[in-house]
Design a protein around this ligand. Structure first.
Ligand SMILES: NC(=O)c1ccc[n+]([C@@H]2O[C@H](COP(=O)([O-])OP(=O)(O)OC[C@H]3O[C@@H](n4cnc5c(N)ncnc54)[C@H](OP(=O)(O)O)[C@@H]3O)[C@@H](O)[C@H]2O)c1
Length: 345
């Protein structure tokens, strides 16, 4: 049984980790942190956990470094950066849900996050936690940088074809839509009910911080520099994410062949479902699950592949994927505690 700590247990991804871990057969929750509710029981903060866990929250400052086997850091970016070295000193393995250890190049981190990376030595050993691409490295990692939600849905949609000579890598356009929980629990004007309800808005076009993460992973797969145009949108749903990705083909290909190609690429992957011919990803059917549904279509008139990809931003896009990584690091079945369908309606 692995001893688990969650820093940031009072946030959305922290709560989702708890919801999934309370029934995990190989995980025993040790400590939980919150700076707003120290001393409070977690089931008081989140009554949905009543009867399952009533561990008291403590400040992260009071937690000693060797207290657990696996530590999830569900903290805002820049906060994780300084916590990781302290916990890595002991035998603890760390899964960081923030963006702090995802970008390999500190200069790119500085450009997009407007501050220098302060832990460049540790950054070198961080493994990007997308199991479908980096499974073997994750198994022996001490530090896993859990991917962002947009990069998860987008990289999984493009991984099967950016390696192929028959696509034009300079033509990638990505349109993504996210539920509001993607912004975390801490409120802001932009995420207030009256600001988001009944409306759809684009934001951070060509400037979203997940862009370099997407480009890093696609470039590594393609073995050449890949740049994308990325347009994220907020939609008035609590959770769920849909990405529609466009890429030009160098010669025409049938949809049947492309679907077959995707099915072969993801053969045996427990959490990837390639949809049958003519079906497109729908966030309804991945919400509350760790699945990524991918729909494949060729627009033959325009010689373009159009890939749709749906995930739950809080599960495959964050806490479920983090548990998938934990399972790999513990050497147990990757699907442990995650093998359940989504909730619809
Ligand atoms: N939401 C998503 O869909 C999603 C998806 C992928 C990745 N992520 C990433 O996952 C991380 C957590 O996201 P979230 O949505 O769970 O955010 P959240 O709901 O805002 O929760 C943040 C947590 O961090 C704690 N915290 C805040 N400032 C802190 C500090 N200075 N020291 C220690 N603890 C602090 C908060 O607790 P107190 O306020 O009680 O201190 C809270 O528990 C972020 O880096 C986010 O980018 C989120």
């Amino acid at each position: 049984m692995a001893k688990i700590g969650i820093a940031g247990a009072s946030g959305y991804t922290g709560l989702e980790l708890l919801r999934l871990l309370v029934n995990h057969p190989e995980a025993e929750i040790g400590f939980l942190t919150s700076e707003t509710y120290p001393g409070e029981s977690i089931s008081k903060v989140f009554p949905s956990l009543s009867g399952f866990i009533d561990t008291k929250l403590s400040s992260i400052k009071s937690v000693s470094s060797n207290i657990c086997d696996i530590l999830f850091l569900a903290l805002p970016h820049t906060t994780s950066m300084e916590k990781v070295p302290y916990f890595l000193k002991g035998h603890t393995k760390v899964i960081d849900l923030s963006a702090d250890y995802r970008l390999k190049d500190p200069a790119i981190f500085k450009k997009w996050y407007s501050l220098p990376h302060k832990q460049t030595a540790i950054l070198k050993e961080a493994v990007y936690g997308l199991p479908e691409i980096h499974r073997e490295k994750i198994k022996s990692a001490r530090l896993v940088a859990n991917p962002g939600c947009y990069p998860t849905s987008i990289t999984l949609a493009l991984a099967p074809i950016v390696t192929e000579k028959w696509v034009d890598l300079s033509s990638i356009i990505i349109d993504s839509k996210s539920g509001i929980s993607g912004a975390g629990r801490k409120g802001s004007l932009a995420t207030q009910f009256s600001e988001v309800n009944e409306g759809i808005s684009a934001y951070n076009i060509a400037a979203h911080r997940h862009t370099p993460e997407i480009e890093q992973e696609l470039s590594a797969l393609a073995k050449t520099n890949v740049q994308v145009s990325f347009s994220p949108h907020l939609v008035p749903i609590t959770r769920g994410m849909l990405s529609t990705v466009y890429i030009n083909l160098k010669h025409n290909l049938s949809t049947v062949k492309l679907v077959e190609h995707f099915k072969n690429f993801y053969k045996g992957e427990p959490f990837i479902r390639i949809l049958p011919l003519g079906e497109y990803a729908n966030s309804h059917f991945t919400v509350s699950s760790n699945f990524c549904d991918i729909g494949v279509q060729v627009d033959e008139r325009n010689q373009r592949a159009i890939i749709t990809s749906a995930i739950d931003n809080l599960i495959k896009g964050a806490s479920g994927q983090a548990i998938q990584n934990m399972n790999l690091m513990l050497g147990i079945s990757e699907t442990t505690g995650l093998n359940f369908p989504g909730i619809f309606p």
